[in-house]
Design a protein around this ligand. Structure first.
Ligand code: PMP
Length: 291
């Protein structure tokens, strides 16, 4: 795999892929990004990721330097230049270069970067045996402060919870919102199954509206799995029959322990396994071809 990075209209080798220290993304986390996955030469849900990035940009009044169609072409082109089939794609849209002040409108032009990298996945063992997680003491950002709906370059809230996960020797941490309801994990959305009903926190819980989450909801509806979008607490996690996490990199990951409590019978549940299989079918059959 090559490692060519797109930066503001040019391609650079990895060693030379650099951005100014005066870029507001670096100085203040002023920008938005995406995490996209390519499977066997096809980019999965590319339009959905570009739409979410543009919505985030609109919310923070950041004018992208390219149209959606141009960004799509740049992403495909960067994949081609890197000669990849399976990859993790990271577009980054930042406010661009300005002075040291906060006023975002003094930056004349946004920066746009596309990194194409290899996938770092959870160990396969986790998909067969399930994963242990903790509930973090770090609360998810308030939607009234830094809305989790915006996939912003400021991920310190998530990183603080990730530090707790790493210190507890687990891969993920569940984050509660200010009211004590379950929101999401540091880089994944969360679902539980209770008495045959699939439940996930609504947007209002303070979550990134995951593209994998949306696909899982569609799978549930299509297959007649009872589904509810509603608030639930840490206690509901402890007594859930099944739990799984969703994300572009993670796909659908079974969770079998939360804060050392065993979930269900300690093995990935039936609904979780079914949804993972259906999701993997989608990733094999859909996508925007790189060539
Ligand atoms: N929540 C957070 C905080 C995330 O960063 C992500 C993406 N890694 C997700 C949820 C899952 O979103 P998606 O399914 O679109 O990857």
């Amino acid at each position: 795999m090559g490692n060519v990075v797109f930066i503001n209209g040019e391609f650079y080798e990895k060693e030379d892929a650099k951005i100014s220290v005066f870029d507001k993304g670096f100085l203040y986390g002023d920008g938005v990004f995406e995490g996209i996955r390519a499977y066997d030469g096809k980019i999965f849900k590319l339009d959905e990721h570009i739409d979410r990035m543009f919505e985030g940009a609109k919310a923070i009044m950041l004018e992208p330097p390219y149209t959606k169609q141009e960004i799509k072409s740049i992403i495909i082109d960067t994949c081609r230049k890197n000669d990849v089939k399976d990859a993790y794609i990271r577009p980054v849209l930042s406010r661009g270069i300005g002075d040291l002040g906060l006023n975002p409108f003094l930056s004349k032009k946004a920066s746009f970067v596309v990194i194409v990298d290899k996938l770092v996945m959870y160990p396969e063992e986790i998909y067969t045996n399930g994963m242990s997680v903790i509930v973090a003491s770090t609360v998810r950002n308030s939607t009234n402060a830094l809305p989790p709906m915006i996939k912003s370059l400021n991920y310190l809230n998530n990183i603080l919870a990730k530090i707790e996960a790493v210190n507890a020797d687990v891969f993920e941490a569940v984050m509660l919102n200010e009211d004590g309801f379950v929101a999401e994990c540091t880089g994944d959305n969360i679902f539980i199954v209770k008495n045959g009903v699939l439940i996930t926190p609504p947007k209002e819980a303070g979550i990134l509206v995951g593209i994998t989450r949306n696909e899982v909801i569609k799978i549930a509806k299509k297959n007649g799995i009872p589904f509810e979008e509603r608030l639930f607490s840490k206690m509901d996690l402890y007594v859930a029959d099944e739990i799984f996490l969703t994300g572009t990199g993670a796909e659908v990951v079974p969770v079998t322990k939360v804060d050392k409590r065993t979930i269900g019978d300690g093995k990935p549940g039936k609904i979780t396994t079914f949804i993972l299989e259906e999701y993997r079918k989608l990733t094999k059959s859909e996508g925007v071809p790189i060539r």
